[in-house]
Write a protein that binds this ligand. Sequence first.
Ligand code: PLP
Length: 402
Amino acid sequence: MPVTQSREILAASRLDNVRYAIRDLACIADEVTQQGHTILPLNIGDPITFDFETPAHLIEAVYRAMKDGRNGYAPSPGIPQALTAIRAEAARKGITSLQDVFVTSGVSETVDICLAALVNPGENILTPCPDYPLYSAVLAKLGIELNAYYLNEEDGWQPDLEDIKRKITPRTRGIVLINPNNPTGSVCNRRILQQIADLARQHKLVIFADEIYDKLILDDDQHISIAAVAPDVPVVTFGGLSKNYLAPGWRIGWGMVSGEAAQVMPYIEGVHRLLRARLCANHPEQYAIQPALEGPQDHLPEVIRKMRARRDLTVAWCNSTPRVSCVAPRGAFYAYPKLDIPEEDGVFVRELVRQKYVLVVHGSGFGQRPGTKHFRIVFLPNEKILGSAYAAIGDFLRERYS
Ligand SMILES: Cc1ncc(COP(=O)(O)O)c(C=O)c1O
């Protein structure tokens, strides 16, 4: 029997749940720009769009690699000197049971490969709510239903342990932990990491620890890797050059697999099958990994100083603005204020950009507890731009809701 198709070429129905609110808003922003307005963009976490620069010695390393003819394919797991540097970085993070490392085209590809290598149809992976939307997009692409656990706003956005316990089923294979967190800016404390590790141990879960912001800690917290807290638990820790090293366009990320060798080996083989199938990560850019991890780190104090000042301005504005309240972010460069408004946060965000030309992302694009409303601010712009954006949002709130 021939399969009957309509003339339209329909996208696979699996994609119905693929959303990426951060970039999906670009269409409305384009509309506003075409009308001749300049948008204040507080929506995309790209430091290079603002007054941050990729460290010069990293640019040199990539330039040299290109001039030296490193423009062919690289080995599928990554170039040896990068892998050695990533192993040493794992040791500095306190990861003592490291079994494997590999380089990918951004953490985005690490996530894609590492989730695909684990989960079978009918199984599930716990993801945070709110989450960084890549996770739900990848799972949707794999045809895996979402199993989201809440982050607890009343507890500084720490993972809600009771909710995690409730959501674990016999078919749960893993849990995603984003620390420091996008979109909330929270940093996990040791107690919660130990409790999550206990649950993973008990239910044989793989932990996916997204630590792409681990060097962007704004207060005096120490960043703790869950892989260091639980050397016996299978953990894949994600890191990369996009945020800590201000090179998001290079698309360089990596995975570090830790745990007991015999337990994780079959999974690692699966990961490598996928790494070989996509040939390799960007080649010349991999030459920046070793100088990034082992060379001068002096961009970091200045980056953190700027981010801390912008965070303080953001929190002060939230706390002095009617209908807005915010848990102070402690890491990364995002704030996730709560909104007390009588309409959906998606409407708030669309109307805000149309009327005041300020672009933020609606909480419903990341997920949130039913009945709550939020928006995500990227506080990377300088104080002058942030000040204008917050004045405009304040005017909008007053005009629309009082
Ligand atoms: C938590 C988190 N993970 C992963 C990524 C993607 O990182 P990459 O640029 O390395 O693909 C981002 C980007 O914003 C992120 O916020």
